[in-house]
Design a binder for this molecule. Structure first.
Ligand SMILES: Cc1cc2nc3c(=O)[nH]c(=O)nc-3n(C[C@H](O)[C@H](O)[C@H](O)COP(=O)(O)O)c2cc1C
Length: 198
């Protein structure tokens, strides 16, 4: 069995919707289990004093260390990763030192309010700490027609969603297809990479 960690931060639920689609894709692969996890907000008062997500447990560093593959999600904030997720990663130097994530596959996902508000910039910036950890970054290949057909999210760099200025949009069919495909690809890669060493 392999275990895929789907780790996200989400204040109003859109990044979480993508996380669930990635989870469905991963679970469609035989011998794959998943863990859905989040991180705490860092300034409770600035976050309207509410936990953004009471239904998902906070991740532990052991869960990150032991995963066979990682899907990392964050809403776009000023074109980059949200601070709570960055804070979590800044506490992972011991995992970096031990090399536990080296040669494990990873994918990234994000949600924005506007179409050109930084989805790709955020996705690419989220790959940087994962590359420092030695992870193998996977995207979504253009063999998925949804990448050409989408009018909202869904990029070759990772899964994405455009939530709209009032955060009212649900995931489009293309956003679901690409998120699903990314989860499946991650799980398949993790299975192959964990296989017997030659
Ligand atoms: C501080 C802050 C910065 C944001 N920056 C951007 C941005 O650069 N581009 C954009 O399109 N949306 C931006 N947004 C909107 C969020 O990315 C958008 O609402 C997203 O769908 C929220 O995801 P969530 O529902 O998972 O929290 C920002 C929101 C906040 C609170």
């Amino acid at each position: 069995m392999i275990e895929i960690l789907i780790l996200y931060y989400s204040r109003s639920g859109h990044t979480k919707e993508l996380a669930r689609e990635i989870q469905k894709g991963a679970l469609s692969v035989k011998n794959c289990e998943t863990k859905l996890r989040t991180v705490p907000p860092i300034h409770a008062n600035d976050e309207n004093n509410r936990n953004p997500d009471t239904s998902t447990p906070f991740v532990t560093k052991t869960e990150l260390k032991n995963c066979d593959g990682l899907a990392l999600g964050s809403p776009t904030r000023f074109g980059t990763i949200a601070a709570p997720m960055k804070v979590f990663f800044e506490q992972t130097s011991d995992i970096w030192l031990s090399g536990n994530l080296i040669d494990k596959p990873a994918v990234v996902f994000t949600s924005t309010s506007s179409l050109h508000g930084g989805q790709e910039a955020t996705l690419l910036s989220m790959t940087v700490p994962l590359l420092h950890h030695g992870m193998i970054i996977l995207g979504i290949p253009y063999s998925h027609n949804a990448l050409m057909d989408t009018k909202t999210g869904g990029t070759p760099y990772g899964a994405s969603h455009q939530a709209g200025s009032d955060n009212a949009n649900s995931l489009s069919i293309e956003e679901k297809i690409t998120a699903n495909a990314l989860g499946r690809r991650l799980a398949n890669a993790a299975l192959r990479l964990k296989g017997p060493k030659l």
